[in-house]
Design a protein around this ligand. Structure first.
Ligand code: GMT
Length: 383
């Protein structure tokens, strides 16, 4: 198949999944064209069957901000026409699905592609449910030929919020198991000596509650010699720095910034903590589980479909610093329990979220959409 993919190229789960899916599809012989504003995160070398196109966004004194979405729609249209794209896969509803619909409308009828939209979470929970984007998010889903969500929780939330007439298909995120083959750094390379390492990885947005990470870490220090390693960048980083300063623990925290090969750094940790307000899926916990590193997360959103509490990690209530501290101290001071959680997490990550299985599920959706396109059953194609 000739497939187009749009995603946000920044360090975020939706862009990472879209990129990994593109790689997997290309390995299966499909031709994949990425259309993004810059090279997708983690896509930094030549790969067969993969082509990249960047959106030109012209600044003009009249615009406060250049209208990126229109430039994106134009680029999708151009790429689709030139390369006979049959199917466009938009990751994240805004603006990617909406731009794909606009692009399809600009093409002659015989050139119109099928559109699959994958919802990743905040495109529904934070962006799409905001009144300023609600109608266009609903429209984008209604005019897609198929919509998928990365967890059943996100699927249910979307149906509740948008009352769509057609069902959404749940397709979980996946891991490239070859990457989690044990080639890791050794803990001393992080310069943390013999202390235990607690790690947090995110884009430091408010939904990640990074100050909770610092507060839990502060309480853990009452019981265990530990270092907190913060991986990522984002708007709440300075809030975390401020809380650490107030608590007098700044010298126990390392901020590494963005780190692409996450599979080489997670195994250095004794514990990964993700105390988010909600996670539609939780790619970082899944990656930690694959690395046999125990995870503490919050029982909010689709993450409960990834971690089984007390078996493959711990799930606490949002903001429950006390419970998260107890779980962390147990993991850091009881190596046998930590190993058991790590092993069960590894088994779950390696069996339930396999790249091959999930990519096949996407291929099935693509085939159904292309059948609709061929038989003219997709009314939306000519709407
Ligand atoms: O968490 C973010 O802010 C980034 C966001 C994204 O779009 O990249 O992540 C969402 O998509 C990921 C991949 O499907 C999921 O693993 C994350 O749970 C989800 N984030 C939230 O729901 C907060």
């Amino acid at each position: 198949m000739k497939i187009g993919i749009t995603c946000h190229p920044s360090a975020g789960g939706s862009g990472i999944m879209a990129t990994e899916l593109g790689f997997a599809l290309a390995e299966r012989g499909h031709t994949v064209h990425f259309v993004t504003s810059e090279p997708p995160y983690r896509h930094n070398s030549y790969r067969e069957n993969i082509f990249s196109h960047y959106v030109d966004s012209v600044s003009y004194p009249l615009f406060r901000t250049p209208p990126y979405s229109l430039a994106l729609a134009t680029k999708i249209c151009e790429v689709a026409e030139e390369h006979d794209i049959e199917l466009w896969h938009a990751h994240y509803a805004i603006p990617n699905a909406a731009a794909a619909i606009f692009a399809r409308e600009m093409l002659p009828v015989e050139k119109r592609f099928g559109i699959v939209t994958t919802l990743h979470g905040t495109d529904i929970t934070l962006v799409g449910s905001d009144p300023s984007f609600y109608r266009i998010t609903k429209f984008a889903m209604e005019r897609s030929c198929a919509v998928t969500a990365v967890s059943q929780w996100l699927n249910d939330e979307t149906m509740r919020e948008f009352q769509l007439k057609r069902p959404i298909k749940t397709i979980y995120n996946f891991l490239d198991h070859k990457k989690f083959n044990g080639n890791s750094l050794t803990p001393c390379q992080l310069g943390c000596g013999d202390s235990k390492i607690i790690m947090h990885i995110s884009n430091f947005r408010p939904v990640k509650r990074v100050t909770d990470v610092v507060r839990v870490f502060n309480r853990v220090l009452e019981h265990v010699d530990a270092t907190l390693v913060m991986v990522g960048e984002g708007p709440e980083r300075m809030a975390a720095v401020g809380v650490a300063k107030q608590l007098g623990i700044s010298d126990r925290i390392k901020y590494l910034g963005n780190y692409e090969n996450i599979e080489s750094i997670i195994p250095c940790a004794d514990l990964v903590i993700q105390p988010s307000e909600h996670e539609s899926f939780g790619l970082v916990p899944l990656e930690a589980m694959a690395c046999r590193v125990p995870v503490i997360a919050t029982a909010s959103g689709g993450i409960i479909e990834v971690i089984e509490h007390g078996v493959s990690g711990y799930l606490c209530e949002v903001g429950d610093i006390e419970h998260m501290t107890q779980c962390a101290v147990e993991i850091l001071s009881n190596p046998a329990r930590a190993a058991e959680l790590g092993e069960r997490g590894h088994q779950r990550a390696m069996s339930g979220f396999r790249r091959d299985d999930i990519v096949t599920e996407y291929e099935q959706v693509y085939s159904e959409v292309l059948d609709m396109r061929r038989t003219g059953k997709a009314a939306v194609l000519s709407a």
